[in-house]
Design a binder for this molecule. Structure first.
Ligand code: PXP
Length: 257
């Protein structure tokens, strides 16, 4: 049995840092330190999305990640000239092409691989020539899977957002799982490897495990959220310990006349 791999998306560690330290040379929490903790805990890869607006991960982060991590670096990015150039210089292990709109909170839809196949095929070839694998983030739609195969992508990442959104409605959940199963089987038959991600969490993960041929899941928000929940108690205790060293100054002797 092959092990399903976990790629941890560390964008939200950088989101928290940028909320306080935007524009500074460093700040906390540090996404590189977070990535190393994820690796030490057994994660098989680290995912970071360098967005056009640099709202969380910034250029310095991806360079430092490239140097620091020992597992695979998955760079999520839009298929723009700027990003392709950065990827060619950075040489991540894999690039996951995602659609990007400035106003979105997170990556909301999948790529239109069918509509943009020429541009995607061109970038795919340039990245592959540099030894970088290419994945396309697509909704579970057979047309998009076929387009990904035609583009020559090594991987697709199936967008599990609709599955996650419908998880608590039994019939809709079953429909979404069926779409994912169908697309995974199709991709496999076309020689394209299958990753999945978006909106996966500690509750809905079990429902996804019936999808065959999955290689890796990319999970970000729920792991970073869970880290706050399970780690907050330790953080408070550490601060209290430091504060124990505080000593009240001796009271001033009262001056009596
Ligand atoms: N995969 C892709 C392509 C994404 O864009 C994202 C969100 O950045 C994820 C996985 C992780 O999604 P989530 O943060 O909901 O786990």
């Amino acid at each position: 049995m092959t092990q399903l791999k976990l790629g941890v998306n560390i964008d939200h560690v950088a989101t928290l840092r940028e909320a306080r330290y935007r524009g500074r040379d460093r700040g906390e929490p540090d996404p590189i330190e977070a990535a190393l903790i994820c690796e030490a805990a057994g994660a098989h890869g680290i995912t970071a999305h360098l967005r056009e607006d640099r709202r969380h991960i910034i250029d310095r982060d991806v360079r430092q990640l490239r140097d620091a991590i020992k597992t695979r670096l998955n760079l999520e990015m839009a298929n723009s000239a700027e990003m392709v150039q950065i990827a060619l210089e950075l040489k991540p292990d894999i690039v996951c092409m995602v659609p990007e709109r400035r106003e979105e909170l997170t990556t909301e839809g999948g790529l239109d691989a069918a509509g943009q196949w020429l541009a995607l095929a061109d970038s795919r070839m340039r990245l592959n020539d540099r030894g970088i694998e290419v994945s396309l983030f697509i909704t579970p739609d057979p047309v998009q899977v076929e387009a990904a195969a035609k583009i020559g992508a090594q991987f697709i990442e199936l967008h599990t957002g609709a599955f996650a959104d419908h998880y608590n409605r039994k019939k809709d959940r079953a429909d979404e799982i069926e779409k994912l199963v169908r697309c995974s089987l199709l991709a496999h038959s076309l020689g394209v490897c299958v990753n999945a991600g978006h909106g996966l969490n500690y509750q809905n993960l079990n429902g996804l495990l019936s999808v065959p041929h999955m290689v890796e899941l990319n999970i970000g928000h729920s792991i970073v959220s869970r880290a706050i929940t399970v780690g907050l108690g330790v953080a408070v205790k550490e601060m209290l310990l430091l504060m124990e060293r505080f000593a009240e100054p001796a009271p001033m002797p009262s001056v009596q006349q």
